[in-house]
Design a protein. Structure first.
Lengths: 432, 296
């Protein structure tokens, strides 16, 4: 984007990534006419700057907005949590962040949130002002992630004027993100951060913005490093620390399985008989077997390397509890971890890695006290979870093309799981 | 003064790995000159095996594993490393020529051995030991199975593999171990971490373990001791072990325990349940050994 972009107002109605962000984060203030979002604004006495950001790395392909104005904050926003980033991103952030300490700009373009001159801030609050009020802080800065995927929502890493991390906020902007943030807020409130082998960021505050919920969590410790390479994956003890086994019971007694089958029934009523039949068959098989399983207080729902990190002393942290369910069969997180790693590292679809994932998850299943005869049942529940998530996303998007798990892969996975339960060599279910 | 151990401890991992590779390679090349062990401390887990092995190393006539600077107490040969073959196993013990050298100062032939609490627990191992070292003398330290189970659980929890509380872990033990013994008997190379880690209750059933050892070795080659006797009288128990191994008695310079876990209280309900559970097995063990009840 060249000089011609100067002074361009981002309305939130275009197709660009910045428009998408404006729609997610500033839709209501912009709609009032008293706030506007401008790329590289020219001086204009009718408008005053309220927030000022660098658009990194470029206005054409932005991935993050970095707060401008205070070199310490700009540098902190670029240099914090580099241990969580892939090597390439880490190097790029370092290259941009170190010079920014001395006032050098990290990007050619700015995005500025402007308020009409004379308009009172209280009448048309901005989201950052809302978060400041929630945390009872005078002034905060935000590094704002720009997400374009199905799971997109504004995420703000908050910093004090001294550049110290102050929190991490997620704001809902549509039905899907509203459900995700409500789920995460409830899970984090239940988990309470934890003090043992695994910790989750504590919930610092919740509220609503543009009629949708938001949450703010405490910042992660500064020196955390993502769980990849030589940073070891969770031990069984860590895996179940925030999702402890609470009882041994029948699968049908678990709230997670009950809610899952209900959601599948609702999806089934919307069409796609083939997927509905496959999911229905598997759910029926599971209900008939009604295996005895260890039941955890909750499952994380998306426990993967990119949602976990360790401090230098080994303390494990995990975040992003948007997909958590209460009262779930033990072992779902272990299966999700192994299958997700295989998909991300080798592109293996879940159906093709179910057997191998079960073998890899075996130490975790045993640690939870799940007898081997119940492992196929737990894997089948996980298959239903994957199918339900992919199917719901396909319905939301009006088709399967954008789904990470395709329709045929979903059918394969359901068939594979049904085979584990009813095929030759399927174990009789453990009974209560 | 800087010792070899200090240098080893301060060395980076890669240097240690290179050192291990070189010494193991040398050991394997000279395996024919390396006798199999004279003694094994075979159990029980959390029963004082590390302490007894370290007390033995204080004796001038006892040799540690080669290379001694590594300070290892076990090779894990008979369960994890069996596929490596006897030459690899022998590479861990000192050569005849070194023994002759030590014998000159000690005044008697030195003995060597290793300690692995898994050897007593895995039913496949006694026969494997007999095939490799038929003259070996084995020492079994048996601890009150209630205290052993609790200590075992604490150790596993500290190790990061135990997510369940003690009572839940006892309740889950059958499910956790389901099928593992069959898998071990079917596949000679299979090592079951679950059978090792989560056997809190079943590992305290000592009689089948002792009988299994006796099925491969005569009574005179197995010394069964009470851990509690060693805890209360280290020197006395050590003298008994020296007599069993044919070593001259030796006054230990230190009787401090090794690998101990800070004492904590076993939940009263679990203690009662386990005490009741072990009444019959403990009586059967005492009857078999021809001794008074070992624990009341």
């Amino acid at each position: 984007m060249g000089k011609g972009a100067s002074g361009r107002i981002i309305t939130g109605r275009g197709d660009s990534p910045l428009d998408s962000l404006v729609e997610q984060l500033w839709r209501e203030p912009v709609a009032t006419g008293s706030v506007r979002i401008v790329l590289d604004p020219e001086p204009d006495t009718d408008w005053e700057d309220a927030e000022d950001y660098w658009v990194v790395p470029s206005a054409a392909r932005p991935t993050i907005l970095i707060p401008r104005g205070h070199p310490a904050v700009t540098a902190a926003a670029l240099l914090s949590y580099r241990g969580l980033r892939p090597v390439r991103v880490r190097a790029a952030r370092t290259l941009l962040g170190v010079p920014s300490r001395f006032g050098l700009p990290p990007a050619p373009h700015r995005l500025v949130v402007q308020r009409r001159t004379g308009a009172a801030s209280g009448a048309f609050p901005l989201p950052l002002e809302e978060l400041q009020a929630c945390l009872n802080r005078e002034h905060l800065y935000a590094a704002i992630g720009i997400r374009l995927g199905d799971n997109r929502k504004p995420t703000l890493q908050l910093f004090s004027p001294a550049g110290v991390p102050a929190g991490y906020a997620k704001l809902a902007w549509d039905d899907a993100s509203q459900e995700a943030i409500s789920t995460e807020a409830a899970a984090l409130a239940e988990v309470g951060g934890g003090t043992g082998p695994t910790r989750a960021p504590r919930l610092l505050g919740t509220g609503s913005w543009q009629g949708r919920p938001y949450l703010i969590t405490e910042p992660l410790p500064g020196k955390v490093r993502g769980v990849r390479g030589r940073i070891p994956m969770p031990t069984p003890q860590e895996m179940f620390a925030l999702c402890p086994v609470e009882r041994v019971d029948s699968l049908s007694s678990t709230l997670q399985f009950t809610a899952l089958t209900k959601r599948l029934e609702v999806l089934g009523a919307t069409g796609d008989g083939e997927v509905a039949r496959a999911a229905g068959t598997l759910a029926s098989l599971l209900s008939e077997r009604n295996a005895r399983v260890p039941v955890t207080a909750r499952w994380h729902g998306d426990l993967v390397p990119w949602n976990t990190a360790r401090e230098p002393d080994g303390q494990l942290w995990c975040w992003d509890w948007e997909s958590s369910d209460a009262d779930a069969a033990a072992g779902l997180d272990a299966l999700h971890w192994t299958i997700s790693v295989r998909r991300e590292s080798a592109g293996i679809p879940a159906a093709d890695s179910l057997d191998a994932a079960l073998a890899e998850a075996a130490p975790f299943l045993r640690a939870a006290g799940a007898p081997p005869s119940s492992w196929a049942d737990i894997a089948a529940v996980y298959a239903l979870v994957v199918a339900e998530r992919a199917w719901a996303l396909a319905l939301r998007n009006g088709g399967w093309s954008a789904s990470r798990t395709s329709r045929s892969q979903t059918l394969d996975l359901l068939a594979k799981a049904a085979g584990l339960l009813s095929g030759p060599g399927a174990p009789p279910p453990p009974r209560s | 003064m800087v010792t070899l151990t200090d240098i080893k401890d301060a060395s980076p991992r890669w240097l240690k790995d290179v050192g291990d590779t070189l010494t193991r390679s040398y050991g394997r090349r000279t395996a024919a000159a390396r006798p199999v062990p004279d003694f094994l401390i075979i159990g029980t887990k959390r029963g004082g095996t590390t302490s007894l092995f370290n007390y033995l190393l204080m004796h001038p006539g006892v040799l540690g594993l080669f290379p001694q600077i590594r300070g290892r107490k076990s090779t894990d040969y008979f369960f994890k490393e069996y596929h490596r073959g006897e030459g690899w196993y022998r590479s861990h013990f000192h050569t005849d020529s070194y023994r002759r050298l030590v014998a000159r100062s000690a005044g008697h032939r030195p003995v060597s051995g290793e300690a692995s609490p898994y050897y007593q627990w895995d039913p496949r191992i006694a026969e494997r030991v007999r095939a490799t070292a038929p003259d070996v003398r084995a020492i079994a330290l048996l601890r009150n199975p209630v205290d052993r189970a609790w200590s075992h659980h604490q150790e596993r929890a500290a190790n990061g593999v135990e997510p369940l509380g003690f009572e839940a872990a006892l309740a889950a033990e059958e499910d956790r171990l389901a099928g593992e013994l069959d898998a071990m008997l079917e596949d000679p190379a299979y090592y079951s971490a679950a059978y090792d880690f989560y056997s809190y209750r079943s590992r305290g059933l000592y009689l089948p373990q002792i009988q299994n050892w006796h099925a491969s070795f005569p009574e005179g080659q197995l010394l069964v001791l009470r851990s509690e006797d060693m805890y209360s009288d280290v020197q006395g128990t050590f003298d008994t072990v020296c007599d069993f191994l044919g070593l001259p008695r030796f006054a230990l310079p230190s009787t401090k325990p090794f690998n101990a876990i800070t004492r904590s209280r076993i939940p009263p309900n679990a203690r009662k349940e386990l005490e009741d559970f072990y009444i019959r097995p403990n009586q059967d063990l005492a009857d078999y050994l021809g001794r008074p009840l070992l624990w009341t």
